[in-house]
Design a protein around this ligand. Structure first.
Ligand SMILES: Nc1ncnc2c1ncn2[C@@H]1O[C@H](COP(=O)(O)OS(=O)(=O)O)[C@@H](OP(=O)(O)O)[C@H]1O
Ligand SMILES: Nc1ncnc2c1ncn2[C@@H]1O[C@H](COP(=O)(O)OP(=O)(O)O)[C@@H](O)[C@H]1O
Length: 200
């Protein structure tokens, strides 16, 4: 028997469409993925600010923050990373259902895990943003000093050093933070959202 066999879905009287109408836009999930130090946090913070200024309803979920709370029992083994992403995917789905534009900033190194999140969301709701940046630049930036620790062996299983990062194959948006300015990356993403007419 499946774990959910005795659990019955309870509908609300306020629908997703009702909430969208009240907000004046649809929900969506901007899923930032990339190496540590590629710029996921920096860019997503600025994109959220820009969208908020446009009157859109947003919420941002960030790797470090979520790992302090909801996912504080998870580490960085492949299984824990998969569970981390599964939970964030489910939270994003709830937020999108609530009518928010959710911005997530997680390394999310496995293609299959990101694909699972895309699958739990409605068609078009998942917008994959590949934060592309060469490992050499990420390592040079080393904003938290973690690459240094990974190189010295103080941290093992670090993404890009001795753990894999599987690049997106066909992301909705690619930004190249080692080639373009922060402003250009933000503009690219905000234009995509506007063109997609999530805003009525
Ligand atoms: N082993 C290892 N590998 C990668 N990253 C590590 C590791 N240990 C700690 N950190 C810090 O945790 C942040 C990544 O957490 P995420 O939840 O985004 O990772 S994942 O999606 O589950 O792979 C990541 O933050 P960002 O630099 O913002 O990406 C690191 O600061
Ligand atoms: N074009 C750019 N876009 C984003 N970040 C940049 C850019 N150029 C330099 N940086 C710097 O790179 C670092 C990226 O760190 P962070 O946003 O924490 O990455 P991540 O969340 O992917 O680990 C920051 O110190 C940021 O100021």
């Amino acid at each position: 028997m499946s774990k959910s066999a005795n659990i019955v879905w309870h509908d609300s009287k306020v629908t997703k469409e009702d909430r969208q109408k009240q907000h004046g836009h649809e929900g969506a999930v901007l899923w930032f993925t990339g190496l540590s130090g590629s710029g996921k946090s920096t860019v997503s913070v600025e994109v959220e600010k820009a969208l908020h200024q446009e009157g859109l309803h947003t919420y941002r979920l960030d790797g470090d923050n979520v790992r302090h709370g909801l996912n504080s029992n998870l580490g960085f083994s492949p299984a824990d990373r998969t569970e981390n992403i599964r939970r964030i995917g489910e939270v994003s789905k709830l937020m999108s259902d609530a009518g928010l534009i959710t911005l997530t900033a997680f390394i999310s190194p496995y293609k299959e895990d990101r694909g699972q999140v895309r699958n739990v969301l409605e068609e078009g709701e998942f917008i994959e943003v590949f934060v592309k940046c060469g490992l050499d630049t990420c390592e040079e930036r080393d904003p938290k000093g973690l690459y240094k620790k990974a190189r010295s062996g103080e941290i093992t299983g670090f993404t890009g050093i001795d753990a894999p990062y599987e690049e997106p194959v066909d992301p909705e948006i690619t930004i190249e933070t080692d080639k373009e300015t922060l402003e250009a990356s933000v503009e690219k993403i905000v234009s995509y959202i506007k063109a997609r007419k999530v805003h009525e």
